[in-house]
Design a protein around this ligand. Structure first.
Ligand SMILES: [Zn+2]
Length: 242
């Protein structure tokens, strides 16, 4: 097992002028109830029991500068957008770009946060933190109404072994909305007319290196749902090579 090093949740370096970043921002905790409410924070994998503590105590080390940068860059806009969505009001295309960045931040923050809480029991060494992963992949955000008059936040699958090794998909309920956020290479490229690789391989003989090639481009949008390709010509599948 690798030790849980105290690195900044944003830049991944030793925190400069260290302070604590809320994995879920304070404004979101206030929007969804009492920030000091005691909530289920996933399973303690060492004991197998549910872990409960105050919602505003789920914090992670961060540089003071990194924390301020993201607070200025994302949080006030994200608050405005989420509030609008919970009132079923329209938001702009520019707002969705901000929201996708914010979901990258929250998704990676929860991944690092749960790894930290579980004392890295799976021995994962992160290749990225929030800085390196924000806005770098194809992204998808689906929003469903949750027809219950029930304020609160529910994580979906965030403390599962799958999320621990591949934090590409996040499900989260915020008050009356359920969000499904996905981020992965070439997730929607082929159907939006952007270049995408036809060949993708994990080369066992080459130290399990991931290799892609034979790029194609359709130059047109495939308007028929689903947005993520399902036919053979659209599928971005990974072959395991001997
Ligand atoms: Zn930092």
């Amino acid at each position: 097992m690798l030790p849980v090093e105290k690195k900044c949740i944003f830049c991944g370096e030793k925190p400069v002028d260290k302070n604590k970043e809320h994995v879920l921002p304070k404004w979101l905790l206030e929007l969804s109830g009492d920030p000091k409410r005691v909530v289920n924070q996933g399973i303690d994998w060492k004991t197998g029991s549910n872990r409960f503590f105050s919602a505003d105590q789920f914090v992670f080390p961060a540089c003071s500068g990194c924390n301020s940068f993201y607070a200025d860059y994302l949080e006030s806009d994200a608050k405005r957008i989420i509030e609008k969505l919970t009132k079923h009001e329209p938001v702009s295309c520019a707002d969705y770009k901000i929201l996708l960045d914010w979901f990258d931040k929250v998704r990676i923050g929860l991944w690092l946060g749960f790894r930290y809480l579980n004392k890295n029991h799976l021995g994962i060494k992160p290749n990225f933190h929030i800085d390196q992963r924000l806005g770098t992949k194809d992204r998808l955000l689906v929003c469903y109404p949750y027809n219950k008059d029930d304020r609160g936040i529910t994580y979906i699958g965030t403390d599962s072994p799958f999320f621990s090794v591949m934090p590409s998909t996040l499900g989260i309920r915020i008050n009356n909305l359920i969000f499904i956020n996905v981020s992965a290479d070439y997730l929607v490229s082929s159907r939006l007319g952007f270049p995408y690789p036809k060949i993708s391989e994990i080369k066992k003989a080459d130290n399990n290196m991931f290799s892609i090639g034979d790029f194609r481009k359709k130059n047109s949008i495939t308007a028929i749902p689903p947005l993520i390709g399902k036919s053979q010509s659209d599928t971005f599948s990974v072959k395991q090579l001997a």
